[in-house]
Design a protein around this ligand. Structure first.
Ligand code: IVH
Length: 666
């Protein structure tokens, strides 16, 4: 085959797998096979440099695109479970067990089937030494730093209950409450929400920066113990021993003497499972006695001594009537399917989000298609597939628009981003309305009595153009508008007046800088106190604030570079809106670090990254993001990037371990 063509094919293939892995959280290929493709491309590019394409995925090694986790081989393969979907399948399973065990009595342990990501925790001499993903079952990713952020997983075991080496397995998950909080933040920042807690968990455990993982409050339930020496006789004893030693064992398991009791367990949990802090999609039935487990053994893929029962998933099918494209306040364009109404899990569904152009492409949606919709843990129902056999001949494919459906501006899609954006932010009506709606919401300026419809009307009539114009409104502004009584006008005006007392942190959130959600706004106000200080803050100063990363810092800088935004802020100021907040000055804990600058890198035993930053600041020091010759110290945790270490060494910067840092403090 033509070498150039072969190279292009490899590039496309690798990009496709990278995209699935990083954007859709799907591993379509084993790490080994992926690395082989990448190595093949690297070799061909080395031999044929003229044919190498500028954006080749080989150029991103060590960046965000190519996989960065070390791959490790599991001591015991991580298998999967056979599935059953009804009572009769379950009774068949029980008969197989009975037949294999002959006259022996046996018991089952029933557990819930947690819907997250399988994780394996390796312990050596009482210490957690590794956390590994399932991967392809034989090899997984070493994500030790990320699993260490799960607060309930012990890092050390004090007791003598376990042998020198052993392994515990469980399901890592993102609690529904964290998932909803992240999504509420994403929506308020004009970003697409995460699909469901499982994808969110899988994506989070694959993040390279464990300080972000730590903020997401990840959790786990453990359900298996493995090792060459097993210090108990039954699965139940194993669960109890793990629990006694501080492992998070869910108290939802039950011992069942026969298959009827198992069926009772399934019924008992069918509804109750929805009250748990995580999604469950079924139950797992395991033979309790370990000797019997051993005799029953394994097939190539799964144990013969266990099986899963899946609760019927809540799926419906209906016809797609049209696709609308919604423009959010930050200009992101989201395709939404308008459906023939259908009843699903307690509600009538008329619309479903299609998230973005990638998802639309994956579904290959055509006019009048019959689609499957599912309501799992996610808030918004989702189209999960299309019944292509019901497609009408000549049905046209839905194509993502090239121009904004609201203002006709050409849409842009930045490299690596899944979303399309309309950049006409000052004149695109849904963006203007969206920003005003964001501004008046409870968490922001809390302007009551002003609904979406009133805002739409005021914008359409040209009475207001942005949120600051709300402060120009008076009774006369409403003259000639239908449906406004004296009383409702005065209520609106009173609410607007009251909003001038809203503290700066809420105002800053309401201003709607991209990526600045309510929590980030609070952090910024604690650091800068006045909008002028935020406006004048350099990128370096911004990034030194706890939880402010590259993306947020750049977005803040970009916001204050736009003249219209400055005018908007000026108008808020002259209207009397709070743009500063007196925050108690930090009382220094000590003076040990006064005048010293620090870069923090890696993961630490005694501190979360933010705590470490706070400690430095509380002792008079300053945290900066990049290493320069002016830097005083690099505080190096576990797994810090080799490039940073090299640069610091070259520049003769003092490198501190966590212990050195503590010593410096005292
Ligand atoms: S036991 C041989 N127990 O389900 C596999 N698995 O298809 C033994 N899972 O990847 C697994 N809850 O991540 C077991 N209580 C539970 C579980 C559970 C969820 C997941 C697990 C595994 C998949 C099996």
């Amino acid at each position: 085959m033509d070498i150039q063509k072969k190279m292009q094919e490899l590039v496309d293939q690798i990009n496709h797998y990278n995209h699935a892995y990083y954007q859709l959280n799907e591993s379509l290929i084993t790490d080994e096979a992926f690395d082989k493709l990448l190595a093949e491309l690297q070799k061909l590019e080395f031999e044929n440099p003229l044919f190498a394409v500028p954006n080749s995925p080989t150029q991103f090694v060590g960046g965000t695109i190519t996989k960065n986790f070390k791959s490790v081989t599991h001591q015991f393969p991580m298998l999967s479970l056979g599935n059953t979907y009804n009572e009769s399948d379950l009774r068949d399973f029980d008969e197989r067990i009975q037949k294999a065990l002959g006259e022996e009595k046996y018991e089952y342990i029933c557990e819930l089937k947690f819907d997250g990501v399988a994780l394996s925790f390796w312990y050596e001499n009482g210490k957690l030494i590794k956390g590994v993903t399932r991967g392809d079952g034989t090899r997984g990713d070493d994500i030790t730093n990320n699993v260490k952020t799960i607060k309930s997983i012990p890092h050390t075991i004090q007791s003598q209950d376990f042998p020198t080496t052993f392994e515990v397995r469980g399901e890592g998950y993102m609690p529904i409450s964290s998932f909803e909080k992240i999504n509420a933040d994403k929506i308020s920042q004009g970003e697409a929400p995460l699909a469901n807690p499982r994808n969110a968990a899988s994506g989070t455990f694959k993040l390279q920066d464990s300080s972000i993982v730590a903020q997401r409050n990840m959790a786990c339930f453990v359900y298996a113990y493995l090792g060459n020496e097993i210090p108990f006789q039954t699965h139940e004893e194993g669960l109890m021993l793990m629990e006694k030693n501080g492992f998070p064992v869910s108290n939802t398991y039950r011992k069942c003497g026969n298959i009827d009791e198992v069926i009772q367990y399934i019924e008992d949990w069918e509804e109750k499972r929805h009250d748990l802090p995580l999604n469950t999609d079924g139950i797992v039935i395991k033979i309790n006695d370990l000797g019997q487990q051993e005799r029953l053994g394994f097939t190539a893929k799964s144990p013969r001594w266990a099986i899963a029962y899946k609760y019927p998933s809540e799926i419906a099918h209906t016809k797609i009537e049209s696709v609308s494209y919604q423009v959010g306040r930050t200009g992101n364009v989201t395709p939404v399917a308008n459906l023939h109404p259908v009843y699903l899990a307690g509600t009538v569904i008329k619309r479903a989000s299609i998230h973005n152009a990638n998802e639309m492409e994956r579904l290959d949606l055509h006019e009048n298609d019959t689609v499957y919709i599912e309501k799992g843990g996610e808030i918004i129902p989702k189209i999960t597939g299309v019944d292509a056999s019901k497609r009408l001949p000549n049905a046209a494919k839905f194509e993502f628009p090239t121009h904004c459906p609201a203002c006709d501006q050409a849409l842009i899609r930045e490299e690596g981003e899944a979303n399309h954006y309309c950049i006409n932010d000052s004149h695109c009506p849904p963006q203007i309305k969206g920003r005003i709606e964001h501004f008046i919401q409870r968490k922001a300026l809390n302007i009551e009595n002003l609904g979406t419809e009133t805002i739409d009307l005021l914008v359409e009539k040209g009475i207001i153009h942005n949120a600051a114009d709300l402060y120009d409104l008076n009774e006369e502004s409403f003259f000639g508008l239908e449906g406004f009584q004296q009383k409702s006008i005065s209520n609106i005006l009173t609410s607007i007046e009251k909003s001038k007392q809203i503290p700066f942190r809420q105002v800053l959130f309401g201003i709607g800088i991209r990526h600045v959600g309510a929590t980030i706004a609070e952090k910024l106000v604690s650091a800068f106190h006045r909008i002028e200080d935020l406006q004048n803050a350099t990128y370096e100063e911004l990034i030194a604030v706890p939880e402010i990363g590259d993306r947020i810092a750049l977005s803040i800088r970009a916001f204050f570079e736009v003249e219209e935004n400055i005018q908007f802020i000026d108008k808020l100021r002259s209207s009397g809106v709070q743009l500063s907040e007196e925050i108690q000055e930090i009382v220094l804990e000590g003076q040990a670090l006064v005048g010293k600058s620090f870069v923090i890198s890696g993961v630490f035993e005694n501190f979360e990254r933010d705590d470490l930053k706070a400690k430095i600041v509380a002792n008079g020091g300053k945290v900066v993001s990049s290493i320069s010759s002016k830097l005083d110290y690099l505080v190096a945790g576990n797994n810090m990037g080799p490039a940073k270490l090299e640069k610091a060494t070259q520049l003769n910067i003092k490198i501190l371990s966590e212990e050195d840092f503590l010593a410096l403090l005292s």
